[in-house]
Design a protein around this ligand. Structure first.
Ligand code: FES
Length: 162
């Protein structure tokens, strides 16, 4: 718990939200997944201390909580960037140079697949077909689709996302 300059303990607002989630699901069966989802919405990812609290509050062994988190791709154990870049490496995009797009983004941001920039501005992920093969090669940044890309367009596109 944080301490105020006046010396009094200050409850962290995120912790208060998490406590409200625990109260909401208290005693409910099958609460693990919804509690994990809500906790991730609060923190942006699932820090180990949060998983420990979930384990304790739901009375589910930590190993089981951790196992569920690592099983589902929707859950993240590390902080994520404000902008999620998904680079399609499906067949159509691969044939039209998707790997070159991916390489250019990795070089521009100096991060690899699955990593986040230290300033938490970007997270980079490779994905299979995202259903826009006609626009290959394609990337998505958050909800925006960018298609028919060449590597030289990448820097300008990235710069638009703060
Ligand atoms: S293969 Fe890339 S959008 Fe389908």
């Amino acid at each position: 718990m944080a301490i105020c300059q006046c010396g009094n303990p200050v409850e962290d607002p995120k912790q208060q939200q998490l406590d409200a989630v625990f109260a909401k699901y208290s005693g409910q069966k099958g609460a693990l997944i919804p509690v994990l989802q809500e906790a991730q919405n609060i923190y942006g990812y699932l820090p180990t201390e949060v998983l420990e609290q979930i384990s304790k509050n739901l009375k589910i062994p930590f190993s089981k909580v951790y196992g569920v988190v690592t099983f589902y791709a929707q859950f993240h154990l590390k902080p994520r960037g404000r902008n999620i870049i998904r680079v399609c490496l499906g067949t159509a995009c691969h044939v039209r140079g998707g790997a070159k797009i991916f390489d250019r983004i990795r070089t521009e941001l100096t991060i690899d697949d699955g990593e986040t920039t230290p300033d938490l501005r970007y997270t980079l992920e490779s994905v299979a077909c995202i259903g826009a093969c006609g626009l290959a090669p394609v990337i998505m940044i958050n909800d925006d689709t960018h298609g028919r890309l060449t590597p030289d367009q990448i820097a300008d596109i990235l710069a638009k996302y703060e």
